[in-house]
Design a protein around this ligand. Structure first.
Ligand code: ZN
Ligand code: ZN
Ligand code: FE
Length: 756
């Protein structure tokens, strides 16, 4: 069988089942598969196969089970045979799993030999992907290889009745990894009990760097405003929200409204950060998530987290990625150097991290959970492509939220979130991750897919690698977004793709981002879009929404000097931008919806500057969420040849009027959200009339916005559309690589080159 069958207690489960049914034979791991031979009573064999098929162990997922008959060998008993490496692909290492209930009980049981041991785990929980060095999954191919099991651990490992039977990363205080403590400079700090020391330090307002599963966290008391502000200063992170770890569900409910679905998300074994609506007066420092109505909460997922929360007695600890600005998350020995000046102490251990992996982020939007960042706990996971790839393929994704995907036949392995490839260290980490995945999944790509944008580091890498041997395929950004959502749902198309994001290079050389594409994997036509507006200063406009406000105001035929933002800008700056617009100097055209959000946010006085992608939109959403629905501003849609063009000029004029009249920014934000939803419904309906297509997919980073996702989904559904949104990969650029792979596969199928 294939699927998630290694590192999830599968062989022990098979062993127990065979013994129970009095069957003889063996089970073994063979690179990508589990092989079983059994002989005995034929009824018992049927029950055996049915149990595997319908009731496998909780963490396992069987993708394929093949059964055939052999002549009986007369085996004397049932045994677990050593793993073999047959070089086949399709290996599935299990994602990292949060500490299970059984292990938790031991952790807090003074009589247990693993009492307060921060590295306890069993066959049902513990690190997996982050410690695996190669396949098949066995201790010698994990970063636990250097720890020699003690007699007691060995006995558990070999006892088929034990929960730690063949638990590859089993450990105890006698033989396993140990905690130690380093001071701010990275020098060892002698202490009896590093954990108690660290807990006390955190309680007293220190900022600690904690080595976790996929890298370091920076932790501090989430209630202390001076401490959180100091963390922001040292980490050079101005406003991007920090995640918070709470001890349990009750702790989460004290800070946020938690629906039953959100409760399930919080407590699932992948332990993602769940973006929740914060309660008024929640006891959290304002600097944790400035200007937002949400908090990102997660529950503890390692024994160390459980111990730390118990010992600090804290309701909530900030737990944010251990990095500075856009650098990769610190990992192992580089941490003290990388985080010098950021952390007051380092709580470390000697179990190496093989793969850097951030926490995952999910949010309820449009009736289901949308992954915003797919990483620890979610990867690896195979997604199945609608078409069969003719050759092993690597899709290199985007630039800012870098991921990549490896495809073999119909399987797609979408990587964890790596980060911003504009940072050279992050780019190196991305390259290493590609190499590691190629080894783990036994895929050597002979075709590389990339974005149209020649400036993306991922594009440059793809072109270079293809030149060294392999085929190359360029895919337009928003076509990839649309295909990504289609691929998740196994859609063949044609569909109407509502692709709203910040920026992606279009086929006409302008920057797109407010697009309605119609088509399938092979072809997508831009049938409607926002009217292009110049982006004064190019990339600078992304960090300075006021620039987009000036551009939109000018485009709407108003005088920027008389607009609501003029008061907050000095006249020289304003004149400079005016000149840029007039001469079209360094002012590329964009039809981006993200930039329209920026313009409105600046006009409403919500954000003139931003420090992270999508910040202005997040602030507008936060304001809109606090007021009752309002009718939207009008956005006329005109026909230009075969294409529909949505003109934001009248919307901008209405926003300016409202701002001048002193209408609350929350109301402006709400009217704007309604306008965008109206626009989606209007354009989709007109495209349906023109094409007969009634399937709409909502994709692009803008759909991380819960109000838009929910209302667009509801309104389109009410208008008779079949609506699809992202559930497996992020709507943002983190999901691009899946779409790129799906497009490559469909082209293979169309060319008839795919083997059957
Ligand atoms: Zn466990
Ligand atoms: Zn031991
Ligand atoms: Fe995008």
């Amino acid at each position: 069988m294939t699927g998630v069958v290694q590192g999830v207690g599968f062989r022990p489960f098979v062993y127990g089942l065979a013994i129970h049914l009095r069957l003889k034979g063996f089970v073994k791991n063979s690179s990508g598969r589990v092989l079983i031979e059994i002989e005995g009573d034929s009824n018992a064999i049927d029950r055996f196969v049915d149990t595997l098929r319908y009731f496998p162990p909780p963490l396992a997922r069987i993708d394929h089970l093949e059964v055939g008959a052999l002549a009986p060998l007369g085996d004397p008993g049932f045994r677990i045979d050593p793993s073999i490496d047959d070089g086949s692909e399709g290996v599935l290492v299990c994602p990292d799993v949060a500490t299970c209930e059984d292990c938790l009980r031991e952790l807090f049981d003074p009589q247990d030999r693993r009492y307060r041991y921060p590295f306890l785990n069993c066959v049902n929980c513990g690190p997996r992907l982050t410690v695996v060095t190669d396949v098949p999954y066995d201790r010698e191919r994990t970063t636990m290889a250097k720890f020699v099991m003690c007699a007691a651990c060995r006995a558990e490992y070999e006892d088929p009745r034990d929960r730690r039977f063949h638990a590859q990363v089993v450990a105890c205080p006698g033989c396993g990894p140990r905690l130690s403590l380093l001071d701010a400079g990275g020098a060892p700090l002698a202490t009896e009990d590093p954990l108690t020391w660290a807990a006390a330090a955190l309680r007293n307002g220190a900022i600690g760097a904690l080595k976790g599963l996929g890298g370091f966290h920076l932790a501090c008391d989430a209630r202390s405003e001076p401490t959180v502000r100091e963390l922001r200063r040292r980490k050079q992170r101005d406003t991007k929200p920090f995640a918070i770890m709470v001890a349990d569900l009750a702790g989460a409910q004290a800070l946020c409204a938690v629906s039953p679905l959100e409760r399930a998300l919080l407590s699932s074994v992948d332990r993602s950060i769940v973006v929740l609506t914060r309660r008024a007066g929640a006891p959290v420092a304002p600097s944790v998530a400035p200007g937002l109505h949400t908090l990102g909460l997660m529950l503890p997922y390692t024994p160390l987290h459980h111990l730390l929360l118990a010992e600090t007695g804290a309701d909530a600890l900030v737990m944010t990625s251990g990095n500075r600005a856009d650098e990769p998350i610190a990992c192992d020995d580089d941490a003290p150097a990388q985080l010098r000046g950021v952390a007051d102490f380092f709580l470390v251990h000697d179990r190496p991290i093989r793969l850097r992996c951030d926490d995952s982020i999910v949010r309820i939007a449009g009736g289901g959970a949308v992954p915003l960042r797919r990483a620890r706990g979610h990867v690896p996971q195979t997604l199945t492509l609608t078409h069969r790839l003719a050759r092993p393929t690597l899709a290199t994704g985007g630039h800012l939220k870098a991921t990549f995907a490896l495809g073999g036949r119909t399987s797609a392995f979408v990587s964890h979130h790596v980060g911003d490839l504009g940072d050279y260290a992050t780019y190196r980490v991305w390259l290493e991750a590609i190499e590691h995945y190629e080894r783990l999944f036994r895929i050597t790509p002979s075709r590389i897919v990339h974005d149209l944008h020649p400036g993306y580091a991922s594009t440059r890498y793809a072109v270079e690698r293809a030149r060294a041997g392999g085929e190359e395929l360029a895919v337009q950004h928003h076509h990839a977004h649309m295909a990504s959502c289609m691929a998740e749902h196994g859609l063949e198309g044609p569909v109407i793709g509502v692709c709203f994001d910040g920026a992606g290079l279009g086929t006409d050389g302008t920057i797109w981002g407010g697009e309605f594409l119609v088509g399938d994997y092979l072809e997508a036509r831009r049938m409607a879009h926002l009217a292009p507006v110049p982006m004064p200063g190019g990339e600078q406009a992304v960090r300075q929404p006021w620039r987009m406000a000036v551009a939109h105001v000018a485009y709407a035929g108003l005088d920027p000097a008389a607009s609501p933002i003029a008061r907050r800008l000095d006249s020289a700056t304003l004149r400079a931008v005016d000149r840029m617009l007039a001469r079209r100097f360094n002012a590329p055209l964009t039809s981006s919806m993200g930039r329209l959000f920026d313009a409105v946010a600046a006009l409403a006085g919500v954000a003139d500057q931003t420090t992270f992608e999508g910040e202005a939109a997040a602030r507008l959403e936060a304001l809109a969420a606090g007021v009752a629905p309002e009718p939207g501003y009008h956005v006329p849609v005109d026909r230009n040849g075969l294409t529909l063009v949505a003109d934001p000029a009248s919307l901008i004029r209405a926003v300016v009027d409202d701002a001048r009249a002193g209408v609350k920014s929350a109301v402006i934000a709400r009217r704007f959200h309604s306008a965008v939803v109206d626009l989606i419904v209007t354009v989709c309906s007109r495209l349906r009339s023109a094409t007969g297509i009634r399937i709409a997919v909502l994709t692009g980073g803008v759909f991380a916005n819960a109000i838009l996702a929910r209302e667009a989904d509801q309104r389109l559904f009410a208008a008779g559309f079949e609506v699809y949104t992202h559930r497996l990969v992020p709507p943002n650029d983190g999901g691009l690589c899946l779409g790129q792979l799906a497009i490559a596969a469909a082209r293979d199928a169309a060319a008839g080159t795919a083997p059957h």
